[in-house]
Design a protein around this ligand. Structure first.
Ligand SMILES: [Zn+2]
Length: 374
């Protein structure tokens, strides 16, 4: 068992009862409970994927949350801005309600959300931000909405430059919600927004996602050095997330940034219909890529449990097996066998080991894994 929140890393038992963790410790009595022999497996707090696109049925990206959630070892997913203030109730009814996976959401700053693709100028007209609509939606759904999402890309803001992003920041502050900001120019040839001005927008508790993007607009300067403003942002409490996706994990960039002692705070898939059949597949595969890049297992586990829960403002509820917590447990096997890890740029690396989901327990309910994409 590895539970970074409790600083546990050893051979331990966990006893679940009535959908809660009842006890954790060495050689616990079964106490009439069903005994599951997890010898040789990793027993982890339910994994948390803090960046996915699971507005099932919306556009070409919206995936069923369970396909990347409980069927792949993940008990909680956070949708990063697929829904907006005009579509959130549909998202709630279509994606959150029927899922066995716990689904949280960042609301898109743009009223368009992901009704149109990310290559559209979603924030290019001031009328596409509806502060009253966002405030009303957040007020009605604080149990599900964990923050505001916006894309800091030239093609998103169009001729308005930083103006919509400043409005987003002010609105998030007013609503006392964190921001998650996408960097990485995938859909425009124009010069990217300067990263130092992007991170300047971020307050403690806000997140920059796509830390290791190989696209323009990332955290490295033209000489491959980590921009000082990025380090300063971390020092004041800004968080940095992986957000793999179809476009935004480059092994080459990751190695460069890791060499400059800048690991991510959280690991996430940016999982959607665009990448579930490769190169992303699922969170355990993305975690395995971080292992391959040299990040220790216990740190990778923290990035997918306690730190992801903290990022979502749910550290008191999720990401730990402390007694009293909801019974979310991920059983994985760290398989010692070669496989080919592919990043978003097409770089292929042979990896010596891979995390594979074996069994998921979400709120006390046991779910068997299915192959990626099913
Ligand atoms: Zn995304």
């Amino acid at each position: 068992m590895i539970d970074p929140a409790q600083r546990l890393d050893g051979v331990l038992d966990v006893r679940l009862r009535d959908g809660r963790v009842e006890a954790v410790g060495p050689a616990l009595a079964a106490d009439d409970a069903t005994v599951l022999d997890a010898t040789g497996l990793l027993v982890l707090p339910g994994l948390v994927d803090c960046h996915v696109h699971c507005f099932k049925g919306l556009g070409s990206s919206g995936i069923d949350p369970d396909v990347i959630g409980v069927r792949r070892g993940v008990t909680t997913v956070a949708d990063a801005g697929s829904s907006s203030c005009t579509t959130f109730r549909l998202f709630r009814d279509q994606a959150i309600a029927p899922a066995r996976t716990r689904v949280l959401a960042y609301l898109n700053l743009s009223t368009l959300g992901m009704v149109v693709g990310p290559h559209f100028t979603n924030l290019g007209d001031p009328r596409l931000i509806d502060p009253d609509g966002i405030a009303a939606t957040v007020a009605a759904h604080r149990n599900h909405i964990v923050g505001i999402k916006m894309l800091a890309t030239v093609n998103t803001v169009g001729s308005l430059g930083f103006e919509p992003l400043r409005r987003g920041r002010a609105l998030a502050e007013e609503l006392r919600l964190p921001l998650v900001v996408h960097v990485g120019e995938s859909w425009s040839d124009e010069p990217a927004l300067p990263i130092e001005q992007v991170v300047e927008l971020l307050r403690p508790g806000d997140t920059l996602t796509h830390l290791y993007t190989g696209q323009r607009g990332g955290v490295l300067d033209a000489h491959g050095r980590l921009h000082p403003a990025v380090r300063e942002a971390r020092a004041r409490g800004v968080r940095f997330d992986v957000g793999h996706g179809i476009n935004n994990l480059s092994f080459a960039v990751a190695r460069r940034v890791l060499d400059q002692d800048f690991p991510p705070d959280t690991v996430s898939t940016d999982g959607s219909l665009w990448n579930v059949r490769g190169p992303v597949y699922d969170l355990p595969t993305t975690m395995s890529k971080l292992l391959l890049l040299g990040i220790p297992l216990a740190d990778v586990v923290a990035m997918a449990t306690s730190r992801a829960a903290a990022l979502l403002g749910r550290a008191d509820e999720l990401g730990s097996l402390a007694p009293g917590r909801v019974a979310d447990v991920s059983l994985l096997r760290l398989e010692e066998r070669e496989w080919t890890a592919v990043d978003a740029t097409g770089e292929r690396l042979v990896a010596p080991r891979q995390l594979v989901p074996v069994l998921t327990i979400c709120a006390g309910e046991t779910i068997e894994p299915r192959p990626p994409g099913e």
